[in-house]
Design a protein around this ligand. Structure first.
Ligand code: GLN
Length: 394
């Protein structure tokens, strides 16, 4: 978020954030014929079972609005999945809302639960949406900085962020962009602060099945947290269908009532036939599928990280999600925006400027983010281009 030129005919709430830099970089990549390692979407097909079920739904004329808060089959499949996977008992009739992706979910949750003037703690570096989402509900984001190299969450620093107007904390693990998977001790610390200060935990768990170390622990399963946690996730990353826009929110009934109202007036509902495709996958793809999803991403990580290091970037091995936040100061003196564009133009590989993930642009000025949710061949090609670029510059 940073000031830029705006028309005086537009609402002030839109003046403090820009369009998504991630999506802008997709356009820059296309302009230069660069390998797009900017926007996190797979360049490989989704599992056939989803396509088959969605095709069948269209043919069977599931082409009108679904129930606003979600098609019954998808809600039942999710109720069963949360119970089997995490021992999390949810009533899909009263505690689950299907949304247009996790993006709409986060916006609807904040609009439904946060008042103007409230404060929301956002862990930094953060996924770029959380800043604008908070601004749209006229709340104030308070940033809790996690520092490299390990991006550990310090509970004292978290406590220092809490004030009389604090309403919620947004947690995203596995994390975009750092690749950090918060440990159980860190999540317990977040939970303790939420209980002490009567805060809500809004957790973006869209990468729940993509981790290379440890296990995914939903905050809602920690003691005393079920009633104060809003769990956001979706089909996009787990089933490689980012364009379907099928996400969801699990929240206690009183919070769900408000979330459903906002969701209803924002979008009416997520695409009806695609809401039939997702449960077909949840019902038929078992633990093996989720394990192989993570191990396939692990192989992609093993291509990209060494290629980045060899080209002169400094970076850590991500523990989860499918991004690498890399320091480019060894390659260039340019700031992250200029460097990302230069890399797209001259190396033919497009990353996202690191400042997109920080409140203060200066904090990300030597960083760029690469996504590795791409075919191995795509990553080899990107690695080759980066090596050539580094060799030409040295
Ligand atoms: N979550 C993905 C990313 O960080 C896609 C963002 C988007 O365009 N919605 O790249």
């Amino acid at each position: 978020m940073f000031p830029h030129s705006v028309s005086s005919r537009t609402a002030r709430r839109t003046h403090v954030f820009t369009e998504s830099v991630i999506r802008e970089m997709t356009r820059v990549a296309a302009e230069h014929g660069a390998v797009n390692l900017a926007q996190g979407f797979p360049d490989f097909p989704c599992p056939e079972v989803l396509k088959k079920a969605a095709r069948a739904a269209v043919t069977a004329d599931v082409n009108q609005y679904a129930i606003t808060w979600g098609a019954p089959r998808l809600r039942s499949a999710l109720e069963k999945k949360y119970l089997e996977q995490y021992g999390m008992r949810i009533d899909s009739a009263r505690e689950l809302t299907i949304t247009c992706g996790a993006t709409e979910a986060m916006a609807a949750v904040l609009l439904a639960l946060v008042d103007a003037g409230d404060e929301v703690i956002v862990i930094e570096p953060f996924y770029e949406n959380y800043g604008p989402d908070t601004v749209l509900c006229e709340a104030r984001p308070v940033f809790l900085r996690l520092d490299p190299p390990d991006f550990h969450l310090d509970v004292d620093r978290l406590r220092a962020c809490v004030g009389p107007r604090t309403r919620a904390i947004v947690v995203n693990t596995p994390n975009n962009p750092t690749g950090r998977v918060l440990g159980r001790d860190e999540l317990e610390a977040v939970a303790a602060v939420c209980r002490e200060h009567d805060l809500l935990a809004i957790t973006d768990e869209i990468y729940e099945h993509i981790h290379y170390e440890g296990t995914h622990v939903p905050i809602a399963t920690l003691e005393g947290m079920r009633d104060r946690t809003i769990t956001v996730s979706g089909a996009s990353k787990t089933f490689s269908v980012t364009g379907w826009r099928v996400g969801w929110v699990v929240a206690p009934p009183d919070l769900t009532d408000a979330i459903r109202k906002v969701h209803d007036f924002l979008t009416v509902g997520a695409p009806a036939p695609l809401q039939e495709g997702v449960p077909a996958a949840i019902e038929t793809l078992g633990p093996d599928f989720y394990a192989s999803l993570a191990s396939e991403y692990g192989k992609r990580r093993e291509v990209l990280v060494p290629a980045l290091k060899e080209a002169g970037f400094k970076c850590l091995w991500p523990q989860g999600a499918y991004y690498v936040l890399a320091d480019c100061s060894g390659l260039s003196r340019a700031d992250d925006h200029d460097f990302a564009r230069m890399l797209a133009r001259e190396a033919g590989v497009a990353p996202v400027p690191g400042s997109s993930f920080f409140r203060d642009r200066a904090d990300g000025r030597t960083l760029v983010r690469f996504a590795f949710c791409k075919r191995i061949e795509t990553l080899w090609e990107a690695g080759e281009r980066l090596r050539r670029f580094a060799a030409a510059g040295s």
